[in-house]
Ligand binder design. Structure first.
Ligand code: GMT
Length: 372
């Protein structure tokens, strides 16, 4: 099959998932064409079946807002025609689903049918998408897609709740390449972060408000009183200065370390003992699943789709949004008992295997085949 994939190229979960899907499809001998404004971050190695097409938006003095969506539709048309693409799979509804609709209609006039599959990821529905500035276009373009998928049962329900969707939304949950996360911890790295054998607690996100990263610091403040520990942050974003400030105010800054945006997250996860994800909402929580794949238990909120992956008392614990007390008590309990921690680590790894790439990618292939 020749598949066009449209996604955000950044460290965000939807871009990571789309890139990993494209790589997996290419390894199964499909030809994959990424269409986006920048080389996707996880697309670093060469693969003969992968092509990258950059969307360029010309500048012009009149354009206070460069028309990305128009450029994207035009690039889609060009790539589809010149590479004989069979199907377009767009990740994150805004503006990809409406740009795909436009491309589909242009191609229809030229006598070419191109099926469009839209995968909904989270904030395209629950935050930005339902804002009335976008909602009519989002609703229309989702309904015009040939197939719609959501990355969790929760996101499917939220989509039906927030938009007038006339079609079936199929759930294809996110996946992880478990093999990639089977890394041996690098002792030298562990010693740099935790020189006296402290427990390592990890958080990885884009530091947006929805992640409530301040809660991670507050939980750590409680844990650190009882368990010698270090807090490691991966990623970057708008809330980072506030998080650093909170760490300083709580006198914890020396126990915290920010390593920024990292491609080799598996190396970092390999040294972690616990992953914290305190978001207001996660449609799925791919970062938590990646942690589990590396055998790291998760303490998270019970928001959105997180209970679909993090199993209370088995792979970790879940608390209500903002319930620092419960989440810190559970973290202390887990980190204070090495035997229990070991059991949770192995449960987390086992749970991640249920979401292994090899189980999920065939579901996308089966979906594609319905339209060819
Ligand atoms: O919020 C993010 O972390 C980025 C965002 C995205 O679309 O890039 O992530 C969403 O999609 C991920 C992949 O499907 C999910 O794992 C995240 O839970 C989801 N984020 C939210 O729902 C807030």
């Amino acid at each position: 099959m020749r598949i066009g994939i449209v996604c955000y190229p950044t460290f965000g979960g939807s871009g990571v998932l789309a890139t990993e899907l494209g790589k997996a499809l290419a390894n199964k001998d499909h030809q994959v064409h990424f269409i986006t404004y920048q080389q996707p971050v996880r697309l670093s190695e060469f693969n003969a079946n992968i092509f990258y097409h950059e969307v360029r938006v010309p500048t012009y003095p009149l354009f206070d807002y460069p028309p990305y969506e128009t450029a994207l539709s035009s690039t889609m048309v060009d790539v589809i025609v010149n590479n004989h693409i069979d199907l377009l799979h767009v990740h994150y509804a805004i503006p990809h689903a409406s740009a795909a609709y436009m491309a589909k209609k242009i191609l229809e006039k030229q006598g070419k049918y191109i099926p469009v599959i839209t995968t909904l990821h989270g904030t395209d529905i629950t935050l930005v998408g339902k804002d009335k500035t976008f909602a009519p276009v989002v609703t229309f373009s989702i309904n015009e897609s040939d197939a719609i998928t959501a990355v969790s049962h929760n996101l499917r329900d939220e989509t039906y709740k927030n938009f007038k969707i006339e079609k079936e939304i199929e759930v294809i949950q996110n996946f992880v390449d478990v093999g990639r996360f089977q890394k041996k911890p690098i002792d030298a790295f562990r010693r740099v972060i935790a020189p006296d054998g402290e427990k390592i607690i990890l958080h990885a996100s884009n530091f947006r408000k929805i992640k409530r990263v301040g809660d991670v610091v507050r939980i750590f403040a409680e844990v650190n009183k009882q368990v010698p520990s270090k807090l490691l942050f991966v990623g970057d974003g708008p809330e980072r200065p506030a998080v650093e400030g909170l760490g300083r105010d709580l006198g914890l800054f020396d126990e915290m370390r920010f390593v920024g945006k990292q491609e080799q997250i598996e190396e970092i996860l390999a040294i972690a003992d616990l992953f914290l994800l305190t978001s207001d909402y996660e449609s799925f929580g791919l970062a938590a699943l990646e942690a589990m794949a590396a055998g790291v238990p998760v303490i998270s909120t019970n928001a959105g789709g997180l209970p679909e992956i993090n199993i209370e008392g088995k792979t970790g614990y879940l608390g209500n949004v903002g319930d620092i007390k419960t989440m810190s008590e559970k973290a202390i309990q887990l980190l204070s008992d090495d035997a229990v921690l070991k059991e949770f680590k192995s449960n987390a790894a086992a749970q991640a295997r249920n979401f292994d790439i090899q189980n999920i990618v065939p579901k996308y292939e089966a979906l594609y085949n319905r339209f060819l």
